[in-house]
Ligand binder design. Structure first.
Ligand code: NDP
Ligand code: GDR
Length: 364
């Protein structure tokens, strides 16, 4: 079989890095779009990177931005991909309330720019396009569990922008016959999850608390429910979507849902702390049931103007058509994230204190 070429926007993000690793393991040539940054932003893919002067290098990085149409057209023209995975986005829901216009530009119009580039270059019949759609489209609960036929009701500038991305992908498929598909992915996490998403914020804080570097964790809504899976499993689903003879839209989810509270409890149990709760609303406190020490407090700053209360996906179409299912159990995901952060936070703190004797964390 001929060697395939993929172009990944958002390669420096959590999913981009896992996907690049998967495609390289399948023999692909992988082109990734990264943004110019004043500091290094390739930490998640450094282990995949090879000096471009070496022979047979299959990972190539290019500067680009979803807000720059000419740049995107040129990148697609130069790299001639068989498959495009459009993962780049301002992906933080809370931040989208602060930067709604930019989020619309990158997430909504950015998707349009990619699809128009395909059309301008006359690649409608030769390229396959994956759009990173999201369970945030379901927003205000209309139906549980949520499937490909559940109506959308976005609840943030991020979700509204992704709604445009979803429909423009469907429209270009129908109007121009592009093999363009949406993966409607429910939350997926892992040790390289961005540090301001709630799961990673929790696991990093727990590591810092365990190592005596932080005393408390401040959170917002503890009662929101999410269908959390492992990012490694989900990028496999993205790839499978583009291997189908016909384009279509698929929900990828685990089919189970948990509260933020239960994530916190399970994560604390990894360091031997059993959490108990007292108080209500913003006065609620999570404390160590054994010692009485307060560990979790509520900060109203982390509440969203409009919240998505309950996400629970129905992945049966993906199972039936793609043969895909989320294989990592929730407990394993949480344990992996806490363990990884115990190592990472310990290493960081020792790097920051070079004169002090290196203390080994419980995880080492
Ligand atoms: P991340 O936030 O980890 O990564 C986002 C990526 O997009 C980064 O590489 C980022 O670059 C890049 N990016 C952001 N803005 C621009 C821009 N203007 N131009 C070019 N690149 C840009 O997200 P995830 O990996 O978690 O998610 C991947 C995609 O899937 C996103 O579109 C997200 O909205 C969507 N999604 C994610 C889910 C999840 O649970 N993880 C669930 C459903 C959908 P930089 O590194 O420089 O910031
Ligand atoms: P989400 O992820 O909004 O689902 O979007 P996030 O982890 O930010 O929030 C999940 C839930 O936790 C609640 N929460 C907090 N969230 C954050 N970030 N920080 C807090 O301190 C906190 N306290 C409670 C939130 O209110 C929310 O209910 C993610 C992103 O990856 C999107 O790009 C993707 O589309 C969706 O998942 C599916």
């Amino acid at each position: 079989m001929a060697q395939k070429t993929a172009l990944i926007t958002g390669i420096t993000g959590q999913d981009g890095a896992y996907l690049a690793e998967l495609l390289l393991s399948k023999g692909y040539i992988v082109h990734g779009v990264k943004r110019r940054s004043s500091s290094f932003n390739t930490g998640r893919i450094d282990h995949l990177y090879r000096d471009p002067h070496e022979d047979h290098v299959r990972l190539k990085l290019h500067y680009g931005d979803m807000t720059d149409a000419t740049n995107l057209i040129r990148l697609i023209q130069e790299t001639r991909p068989d498959e495009i995975y459009n993962l780049a986005a301002q992906s933080h829901v809370q931040v989208s309330f602060e930067t709604p216009e930019y989020t619309g530009n990158a997430d909504a119009l950015g998707t349009l720019r990619m699809l128009e580039a395909i059309r301008i270059l006359g690649l409608e019949k030769s390229v396959r396009f994956y759009q990173a759609s999201t369970s945030e489209l379901y927003g205000k609960v209309q139906e549980v569990p949520q499937s490909e036929t559940t109506p959308f009701y976005p609840r943030s500038p991020y979700a509204a922008a992704k709604l445009y991305g979803y429909w423009i992908t469907v429209n270009y498929r129908e109007a121009y016959g592009i093999h363009a598909s949406n993966g409607i992915l429910f939350n997926h996490e892992g040790p390289t999850r961005g540090e301001t998403f709630v799961t990673r914020k929790i696991t990093r804080a727990i590591a810092a608390i365990h190592l005596g570097l932080q005393s408390k964790l401040f959170l917002g809504n503890l009662d929101a429910k999410r269908d959390w899976g492992h990012a490694r499993d989900f990028v496999e689903g993205m790839w499978r979507i583009l291997q189908q003879p016909a384009p279509d839209d698929y929900v990828l989810a685990t089919g189970t849902t948990r509260t933020v509270r239960s994530f916190v409890e399970l994560a604390f149990s990894q360091i031997g702390i059993s959490l108990a709760w007292k108080g209500e609303g913003v006065d609620e406190v999570g404390f160590d049931a054994e010692t009485g020490r307060p560990l979790v407090e509520i900060d109203p700053r982390y509440f969203r103007p409009t919240e998505v209360d309950l996400l629970l996906g129905d992945p049966s179409k993906a199972r039936r058509v793609l043969g895909w299912s989320a294989s990592t159990p929730f407990e394993e995901l949480v344990a992996e994230m806490v363990e990884s952060d115990l190592r990472a936070v310990s290493l960081e703190s020792n790097l920051r204190r070079p004169d002090e004797e290196r203390t080994l964390s419980a995880a080492e």
